[in-house]
Design a protein. Structure first.
Length: 593
């Protein structure tokens, strides 16, 4: 049907006949001549219909936006003065010789080049939305990225192995999506939150190097930029330590950035211990493009009379930190109030600050409601430690450490963006030396910071694990890119005694461990190699690489924030018959759509 894509017609084809298929992007009637911009995934080309050919011209008069056409025509240079330099094919046009309407179209639900269309509308008519060139470009880049990733891993001897989608519920942090079993009524499959245990079993099986581009499912409340189903590049290897795994996978990222974006990422990626990331940036995924840092001043303030500072400064679970904003003294009262509200989202009860007008003049050169509470030497040390200069502003956070970290960490990023301080370019980072466990105040027990199959650092034995739970470090690593966690993984436990010790530390009884993870514990008894791996969030990686504003923009058919599909209306009610077959009866309160 077709000799060329519309977007590929160029001067080299002048005087030749081409056969094109595509959608009517725009149709213009110009005093007896009809111009149609014909569009396909590769771009637009202008087709001209002359009135001399009556029948074809009459047909051209009836075509509307988004009709699907087949056109046979002759390529010619555009007349002098009508060249369109904004268009890739703007030097030429195609004189229509034959026209066939393959498909008609109703009035489009929105103009493809209208960028004010709501996301709801776009999702409802996603097939129209995907006709927009920037959407197609993202799908194309995504496809390029996965191809380069696969090529790299294939060349390194990795095997692409599929793992089950209908599987067993495993607690890995989030809520499971459940699927009722018809053949075992009352029992449920879970959709995998990740293939974690299967990839470990593949290592026990001797597969040695595994990868999979795999859909994962987590039934979380969709805060921020999450999707109920998302894609991971999942990797596992045997007989490699964390340094080798990080080296190999960062090589893979360098390759994909070089091949897809022609960008050279650093070699090697820098590494930073978790504790340092939290202390300097208030976050375990610091955006290193932003040159602002949290500075500890607990020691300076623990004895001052001002309780707002001395309280958290002398509390082992508290923290007082300063954040210097260069040229921040120019912030208005209103801007400072807005930042105070902003840190409130993270639980901060206030946002103290000092404006630095003339640092050399000491107290007199500074401006702040809190100055009167602070002794001279504390002020001097704060100025000196933060490196404050004339015209700067220093913010303070004083509270429970996690509140200070989260609020100042978020403020740091917001200031970076608001004040144009974000450096251009790519800043990858490995965060390492994570704590093994986190104390969960609500449940009064430890939870695994990564997941329960992560190995503790090598100086810990199963016998000493429990008593060192608060301070034990793990062999986990996260890959952070420009402030987004794009990947994470760990060296795994490969001995049953250690796996059991971890379950016990997490408050999982031996029976529960047997019930939920018996198959893993059994496998560990049958010759398990030392192994480890990681998973990259493919959607996030593609989002960053395409400069998209959300992962929804790089998925063909994403769901809404409330986990529904506006295109198909899923989830939806099912027939009673289907439920009966599954042995399921709905409670009186029908699930809302
Ligand atoms: N399964 C982990 C996750 O989904 C990644 C890993 O440890 O390999 O986060």
């Amino acid at each position: 049907m077709r000799s060329h894509y519309c977007g590929d017609v160029n001067e080299s084809l002048v005087d030749q006949e081409v056969q094109l298929c595509g959608w009517v992007h725009r149709r213009r009637d110009h005093g007896g001549v009809i111009f149609v911009d014909l569009r396909d995934r590769e771009g637009l080309v202008q087709v001209v219909f002359d009135p001399d050919r009556h029948e074809m011209f009459a047909a051209a008069e009836r075509i509307r936006s988004e009709y699907v056409l087949r056109v046979v025509g002759k390529v010619r240079l555009r007349p002098e003065g009508t060249v369109n330099s904004d268009m890739a094919t703007g030097q030429i046009e195609v004189l229509g010789l034959e026209l066939e309407v393959l498909s008609q179209a109703e009035t489009p639900p929105f103009q493809l080049d209208d960028d004010r269309v709501s996301e709801e509308h776009r999702l409802r008519y996603r097939y129209m939305d995907l006709r927009r060139p920037e959407m197609f470009q993202r799908l194309k880049i995504r496809s390029n990225i996965t191809r380069v990733l696969r090529d790299f891993l294939d060349n390194q001897g990795f095997l692409d192995v599929e793992t089950p989608i209908l599987t067993k519920a495993t607690p890995e942090g989030a809520r499971d999506y459940l699927v009722p079993s018809r053949t075992h009524q009352g029992s449920f499959f879970a959709l995998p939150q990740s293939p974690q245990l299967f990839k470990q079993l593949l290592m026990v099986a001797g597969v040695d190097r595994y990868y999979q581009i795999v859909r994962c499912f987590r039934d979380e409340d969709l805060r921020a930029d999450r999707q109920p189903e998302f894609t991971q590049l999942d990797i596992e290897t045997s007989f490699m330590d964390e340094d080798q795994i990080m080296a190999l996978t960062e090589e893979m990222l360098r390759e994909v950035f070089a091949k897809v974006l022609e960008v050279a990422l650093p070699n090697p990626f820098p590494r930073m211990p978790y504790a340092e990331a939290i202390s300097r940036f208030g976050s375990d995924k610091p955006d290193l493009r932003i040159p602002l840092e949290l500075i500890d001043i607990d020691d300076v303030l623990k004895d001052v009379e001002f309780k707002v500072f001395s309280g958290p400064a002398s509390d082992p679970k508290g923290r007082v930190a300063a954040l210097r904003l260069p040229k921040g003294a120019e912030l208005s009262r209103k801007e400072i109030d807005d930042y105070t509200k902003y840190v409130g989202i993270y639980g901060a009860r206030g946002l103290a600050y000092i404006k630095c007008n003339d640092v050399a003049a000491g107290r007199e050169g500074l401006q702040s409601p809190i100055l009167k509470f602070l002794p001279d030497e504390a002020i001097a040390t704060i100025m000196q430690r933060t490196g404050a200069e004339d015209g700067d502003l220093v913010f303070f956070g004083a509270d429970k450490a996690n509140i200070v970290n989260e609020s100042l960490g978020a403020l740091r990023v917001k200031l970076g963006h608001d004040r144009g301080l974000v450096k251009r370019g790519w800043k990858p980072l490995w965060v390492v030396d994570f704590p093994m466990f986190e104390w969960d105040e609500k449940d009064d027990r430890y939870t695994a910071l990564h997941h329960p199959f992560t190995a503790p650092s090598s100086d810990i034995s199963p016998e000493t694990l429990q008593e060192n739970a608060a301070t034990a470090l793990s062999r986990a690593y996260d890959c952070v890119l420009n402030g987004t966690e794009v990947g994470g993984g760990s060296i795994r436990i490969y001995r049953e005694a250690m796996q059991t010790a971890v379950f016990r530390t997490l408050g999982i009884s031996d029976e529960e461990a047997q019930d939920k993870f018996g198959f893993l514990l059994d496998a560990l008894k049958h010759g398990c190699p030392p192994h480890g791996g990681l998973a990259f969030g493919l959607d996030r990686l593609v989002m960053l690489m395409t400069g998209a504003s959300s992962i929804r923009e790089v998925m063909a058919f994403p769901k809404t924030q409330s986990a529904s599909c506006l295109l198909t209306n899923a989830p939806s009610q099912v027939d009673d018959k289907q439920l009966r077959e599954l042995g399921i009866r709905q409670r009186a309160q029908q699930a809302s759509k």
